[in-house]
Write a protein that binds this ligand. Sequence first.
Ligand SMILES: *[C@@H]1O[C@H](CO)[C@@H](O)[C@H](O)[C@H]1NC(C)=O
Ligand SMILES: *[C@@H]1O[C@H](CO)[C@@H](O)[C@H](O)[C@H]1NC(C)=O
Ligand SMILES: *[C@@H]1O[C@H](CO)[C@@H](O)[C@H](O)[C@H]1NC(C)=O
Ligand SMILES: *[C@@H]1O[C@H](CO)[C@@H](O)[C@H](O)[C@H]1NC(C)=O
Ligand SMILES: *[C@@H]1O[C@H](CO)[C@@H](O)[C@H](O)[C@H]1NC(C)=O
Length: 660
Amino acid sequence: MNWVYLLSFVTTCLAAAAKAPAPTGPTIADIQGPGFQSPLLGQTVHNVTGLVTAKGPNGFWIAGDKVADTRISTGVYVFSSTVLDQVAVGDKISLSARVTEYRSKTAPNDLFLTELELPGNITVLSQNNAVKPVVLGKDRSPPTESLTPLDAGPDGFLSVPNNQTQLEAVNPTLQPEYYGLDFWESLEGQLVQIKKPVALGFGNNFGDFWVRGDWKVTGQNSRGGLTLAFGMLSPGPIIQTGTDCGAPTSGNKNTLDANPEAIIIGSPLDKSKNPGVALGTTLEDFTGVVTYQFGFYYILPTTALAVKKAPKTDAVKPTSLKSKPKQDCSITFGDYNVRDMYEASLLYNLTPLLQIENLAPDSAHLPDIANHISQYLKTPDIVFVQEVQDNSGPTNDGTVSANVTLTNLVNAIAVASGVQYRFVDIAPVDGKDGGIPGGNIRQAYLYNPDKLELAPGSPVGGSLDAVSVVVPPNKVIKLNYNPGRIDPTNEAWNSSRKPLVAQWQTPKGQKLFTINLHLASKGGSSSTQGNARPPVNSPLAARTSQISLVSSFVESVLSADKNANIIVAGDFNEFTQTRALFKPLTDVLTDIDEAAGIDPVERYSYVFDQNSQQLDHAFISKALKKRSVAFDHIHINTWAPSLAERISDHDPSVGQVELC
Ligand SMILES: *[C@@H]1O[C@H](CO)[C@@H](O)[C@H](O)[C@H]1NC(C)=O
Ligand SMILES: *[C@@H]1O[C@H](CO)[C@@H](O)[C@H](O)[C@H]1NC(C)=O
Ligand SMILES: *[C@@H]1O[C@H](CO)[C@@H](O)[C@H](O)[C@H]1NC(C)=O
Ligand SMILES: *[C@@H]1O[C@H](CO)[C@@H](O)[C@H](O)[C@H]1NC(C)=O
Ligand SMILES: *[C@@H]1O[C@H](CO)[C@@H](O)[C@H](O)[C@H]1NC(C)=O
């Protein structure tokens, strides 16, 4: 008899001896039940048996016997630091505890986590049992489109109005094969394995990042990320969210693809540190437990993930859309939110964690922006920029002029490219346009005077002057102010940037109207995996009014000249998939991504949570749409190798239109 044989003999006998009395209390499946909350909430349960699958700093996870019902999790978290040293991974134990639903008092919009608290009577029944994770992609696979049937409405979680129901008040029975929140809830407390993980964006400052694994995904883009889009992209049956909690109906290609197949990875249980990752980083297989914290379902890995391969660093190519000679009707335009935001936080409402640096005269990233415009955007004839600060940067000293900031930018571009842009902007009233106090951020145009000039004959508008269209007797329409701001005293623009309208003229006399906008930011929005359904999209009312005002202005131009050349571009802080909000604009203009036939999964300018998503858009009038149109997303920032090397949190873009 060798030692190995002897050891296994002894272990087997001990396990057999311990098995004899087998007192049974409720199973873990009984505790979890088929809904979000435990049917045994508030009860003290005795003789609960389970296998210890993982240990963390403040508790451990136990698993009961498997059940056939996939709605029911057979894992649960035991919250306690005091009994931690009585158990080891692989122990089969029994315990008494109280069933609770936990959420932090400071996070009322979080979902509850079912857990056992105040554990006692811990008996180790046997040791060194094999611990087997649920293999995701093999044993269970997440659905790929919708989050919850409670997001009733044509735009899924982006439907309006928001917060019509609260998930925990409804506590629906889970439908894990159709809905993402239900799927992850049905694994809450279980040990899972993820194979072939791919990072869906940078990590946050805690080292948490989103991944997809070796299972079916929809909306995958060429970098490996998951794009927020409509479900027309998915090859398989598509699920439409119902208006109640009944079974969903399938086959609607208008279902929003909310990417519920992605999951965020939290801090490793052994206190090691996750590596830095970027969009498309591949990682080694890993194991962890499913939990809910900070507004999202998470997997806490047993130990830090290991990077397999970083994505290519030289994949971003300069645009092929180049400025054409002077006498050509073709105009190229760029769009760039030049803000540097270098400490992304997980939630919009964690804004104190964000370090925002808008473009100031002495910004460290100003030469990088100039290089991007020169090398990657190829100095378009006109550039729409957003988040340009005044001459004193973030210093709150009453300065509003940004001529030094913009001079520094155009001079840096001239050094990098030889193109000497001119610029135009309208200074806001001090402190009235939102952003960092004292920064007075605004939109501006950079333009190449060889290709375009402001159409003559109108004065430059002041910060409170409302721009309008003038139709003189000769019928050649112009603006009362050029440039001018749209309805700047309308309260829809409280603490927000007023759109900058300009009319341009080429050497051949062709005309173009442009509107450069930067709508109210999403600060204060609620988690996509939180209690409020659909989630709160803040400030929805303001952004809706803002779009209406812009659309009305566009309509006023089109009613004076239905063949007007119009480009509306900038940072909308909104997805076109929020269709209800965009409707007034899409009624009168066309999304240039549509007109140029850009693949929907490649339409993104930003990565937030798991989603590659588009906040920056360009819309064009019918006159432009019917001629040749081209558009190019330049993923210079979303594809950066690390957060530190990213220059702005937005990607720039380049478009080309024909004015005649
Ligand atoms: C739990 O098990 C013990 C034996 O270990 C037994 O005495 C007790 O009655 C059981 N309690 C319940 C509530 O089943
Ligand atoms: C231990 O079990 C006994 C009965 O089985 C129960 O009365 C006691 O409250 C339990 N202890 C804890 C800490 O739950
Ligand atoms: C959603 O509405 C409920 C009920 O009015 C309210 O208590 C809750 O605070 C709202 N949630 C959010 C995130 O605004
Ligand atoms: C900025 O504008 C002020 C006031 O008109 C002017 O004195 C100054 O020379 C300008 N600076 C630059 C760099 O254009
Ligand atoms: C805008 O600001 C004004 C003045 O501070 C205030 O009276 C008004 O209620 C605000 N409107 C909105 C929609 O926030």
